[in-house]
Design a binder for this molecule. Sequence first.
Ligand code: CP3
Length: 345
Amino acid sequence: MKIENDLILRAARGEETERVPVWVMRQAGRVLSEYRATRAQAGSFKSLLMNPQLAAEVTIQPVDILGVDAAILFSDILVIPEAMGLPYRMDEGKGPSFENTIQSQADVDKLSTEQVLDNLKYVFDAITTIKRDLHNRVPLIGFAGAPWTIFCYMVEGRGSKTFSISRSMLSENPELAHRLLRKITDATIVYLKQQIACGCNMVQLFDSWAGILNKDTYNTFALPYIEEICQAIDTVPMTVFAKGAFFSMEEMGQLPCRTLGIDWHTSPEFARRLAGPDKTLQGNLDPAVLYGSEEFVISETKRMLDRFGSHKYIANLGHGVYPDINHEKLKLFIQTVQAHQFNRS
Ligand code: CP3
């Protein structure tokens, strides 16, 4: 089952590639009118991701429409708390929310890791359907939220500017925090392993709220669990994207994963110097560049490429694409990467 275009897997493994591969975080989403049409057909975001056939459709749309070098499973990081017993809602324009949150030992004890695979059968069915319909044209990326980010949603119940409840728990009741992080980590390992068993060719951990912590709290409450997940996932390349965690770049360079995702606050030179020569880097165009003119998109993309270099590099944005960006600009970004000639002096 050879994958026709496996550039991204080779770049992740540190091998030489003919050109730099590119995909885009949130490439399956509102930026595409085809996505909005399929979501309308499903009725809601949650019914879309729970419908394997429609989830497969929106996963494959960016490969056909944008020409990206990888597909990413259409799902959400919040399926894990739900599978452990905390259901979430996704209200249009308001983002995700949880009716029940985790505040006590009893709340943590009630969470189950046993039913995760059964409860997430719809995700595995989607992966099987995607693999069938993608015909091995490009690799399929699976993903999960990193334990700290999932912890934030389970404790806070929603997104937040300060994550005060979550961060208080770290200082007020570190034991309880570790207990919850332990459970999330166990569930995440089982979940990612099953994504891989169903056909995902690489996986990414999203630590979206990494930047709210400081170096000490990140190294105590986030990195050890990420390290454990990296160690458990030893059959496919793994990417760790810790948004805002420039302060722990050196420690992330030591993680047993292949690729580090870089946000746009971090310079390519800083990331390379601190992460070391071995890691593949992924990122990091400021998504707001895509609001600019065609000339600006092209020149900023080329500048980014020359700074990262042609080796051990996967081009992407520094975070997910914004829904109000013109998809033609996104396509221009992708085509600019794919056509770029590096100066090999
Ligand atoms: O990247 C992809 O194309 C794959 C699909 C994907 C989604 N969510 C679909 C989605 C992935 C990888 C995610 C990850 C995710 N989900 C993260 C980590 C990445 C990041 O953005 O930092 C987080 C924090 C979530 C939680 C989440 N889901 C939030 C905060 C929101 C609301 C944001 C918004 O733009 O409204 C979602 C909803 C969501 N997940 C949408 C999509 C396409 C938008 C829902 C819609 O169709 O209206």
